[in-house]
Write a protein that binds this ligand. Structure first.
Ligand SMILES: NC(=O)c1ccc[n+]([C@@H]2O[C@H](COP(=O)([O-])OP(=O)(O)OC[C@H]3O[C@@H](n4cnc5c(N)ncnc54)[C@H](OP(=O)(O)O)[C@@H]3O)[C@@H](O)[C@H]2O)c1
Length: 251
């Protein structure tokens, strides 16, 4: 599948996400944190999902300090999440906020770079649970809510190593490739759900705690900051992208 480059110069309307409710996984740091704050800045109520409450609370505090809409915190380790847990998330969103307009599936697991020959089935299972199965289960559980929204957006997150096979990226790269395939499959099956779109973002090299781990030899400070992805996240999450589905975008 080809990658659509996102042109620079997109100017989101200041109330782009007014009254929308958006779920972000892995919201406690890195790109998830940046995206959550940006969604709140443009008017959304953001549900911050992640496994470390302390980190989520610090994002909550930043959003509150800016005077944006009060976010919700959903502590959850998606490595342990079952279909029932995903259903509980959807029910909790419905009970507390009554609607859901978008999901940014951002959380990801990464071990280290190593040859497939030494990777284990247990490593594969963990990688697939966090990177593929949990996003699948959350999307499926939230589908009834997303269908009720006037226009709703689901964004999955891949990576260059998922788009193109690369030595030593092992289960991580393979799981990200599965993410791209899953997003495309969802988009084809949901073609008849008006306004509901499913796309994938390949962030590319961007400063983040995970990036330091995956690319230790890189000059981290010379990479673009996570803010460089905000226009793309806003475009895909807001109504300007109503007609876009089944695509892979890079910033
Ligand atoms: N940065 C890049 O250059 C780059 C390039 C390509 C793709 N990506 C993708 O972009 C996304 C964000 O990456 P990032 O660089 O911002 O990574 P990051 O700094 O490591 O952030 C990942 C987030 O996922 C959360 N997470 C991991 N396992 C989880 C679990 N079991 N349950 C709940 N949350 C979990 C982490 O929570 P904790 O805080 O609890 O660890 C963290 O908040 C990932 O999907 C990554 O693969 C990034």
């Amino acid at each position: 599948m080809s990658v659509t480059p996102f042109p620079t110069g997109y100017q989101p309307h200041p109330q782009l996400l007014e009254n929308r409710v958006i779920l972000v996984t892995g919201a406690g740091q890195g790109l998830g944190k940046t995206a959550s704050i940006a969604f709140a800045r443009y008017g959304a109520t953001v549900i911050l999902l992640g496994r470390k409450t302390r980190k989520l609370e610090s994002v909550y505090d930043e959003i509150q300090a800016q005077g944006y809409r009060e976010p919700l915190i959903f502590p959850m380790d998606i490595e342990k999440a079952t279909d029932e847990d995903a259903k509980a998330v959807a029910e909790g969103i419905y009970q507390q906020l009554g609607r859901l307009d978008g999901i940014l599936h951002n959380a990801a697991h990464f071990d280290n770079l190593s040859p497939l020959e030494i990777q284990t089935s247990a490593q594969f299972a963990r990688m697939f649970q966090v990177n593929v199965i949990a996003p699948f289960a959350l999307t499926r559980a939230c589908l009834p809510l997303l269908r009720q929204a006037e226009d709703a957006s689901v964004i999955f997150t891949s990576s260059t190593c998922g788009h193109q096979a690369s030595a030593f990226w092992g289960a991580h790269g393979i799981s990200k490739h599965a993410v791209e395939h899953m997003a495309k499959t969802w988009s084809l099956e949901l073609e008849q759900s008006p306004g509901l779109r499913i796309n994938t973002v390949i962030p590319g090299p961007v400063q983040s705690p995970q990036r330091k781990k995956t690319h230790p030899g890189e000059m981290h400070e010379q990479l673009p900051g996570p803010d460089s992805l905000v226009p793309l996240y806003l475009y895909l999450m807001g109504p300007n992208s109503k007609e876009e589905s089944g695509k892979i975008f890079s910033a």
